[in-house]
Design a protein around this ligand. Sequence first.
Ligand code: AN7
Length: 352
Amino acid sequence: MWQGIIEKYRKFLPVTDRTPIVSLSEGNTPLVRAHSLSELLGSEVYLKCEGLNPTGSFKDRGMTVAVSKAKENGAKVVICASTGNTSASAAAYAAKAGIRCVVLIPKGAVALGKLSQAMVHAAQVIAVDGNFDKALGIVREIAEHTPVTLVNSVNPFRLEGQKTAAFEICDQLDGRAPDYQVIPVGNAGNITAYWKGYTEYKTAGHVSSVPVMLGFQAEGAAPIVRKKIVSKPQTVATAIKIGNPASWKSAERARDESGGLIDMVTDREILEAYRFLAAKEGVFVEPASAASVAGLLKLKRKSFFKKAGKKSVIVCILTGHGLKDPASALLGVKKPKTVRADTRAVIKAMDL
Ligand code: AN7
């Protein structure tokens, strides 16, 4: 029986017999062969569907470890700042652990699905009149001066949990690492965690290589690409609307040590990839997740993968579920036709 990532990858994680495991059976998410993308690229493309975690995003992998350790250490309150998914995950795991949860969100900039999760899991939600970077600064300060536990990815236990996605991908590929991994970059914890995971799995002898890491930021929120803090980040992909990533330096290390790159994609490219995934691959993700596929398509236009010479194995990380952000799904799509409740009227509307 699958009992979550801590049970599965315990020997790679900072837990002991005394750690109370707070799990919602996260992990074990599908690695789906993407037929349309594979054909388009002439490569073997896979989608790691992290939106199928218990709260609908990859954050659950890190949260199970962070909240288990918080509980072990006797925490009464956990706190985080969030563009949405971290708060949904923290709220759910804190509920399971019986710990109070406070989340700070940038006012008006969190998708409805995520906000409703935090509220219904009974977290105290505080909207800050400022962006994510401001909110993160505030919770970091609070955690320094009060007895609350910070569960943003600056908490190292978060990245420990998140690295298990790299292990899983290698296991799902029958003991090999992908040649390339494409991933959205916001606060840059996830790219850092994946790189840690791949290198640890290689050291442990489970795989013989590590992938080239290809990260993508949104053009209006691309501090790593531009090499400077973006004070007013803008993008349709609210999850990655971040101007000063906490794991900036370690993301650069993942990029450089793997011989990869961190580039950016426009909102238009993100939404095109978002629709492509849903319409051609049958996979519904939130806009931030589509940044990885938008990046893949951008690199294809630049003939990036041709240089490899052989059929590469490429894994795109799809970080969050499409239902998180229902408003984005309705942008630029046709409204359903309304017809009389009558068989003939329906057949006529079907345009057969
Ligand atoms: C769907 O929830 O930062 O580069 O506060 O929700 O590890 O930050 C979310 C980030 C990508 C970026 N895709 O990952 C938060 C938050 C989705 C996300 C990212 C996020 P990082």
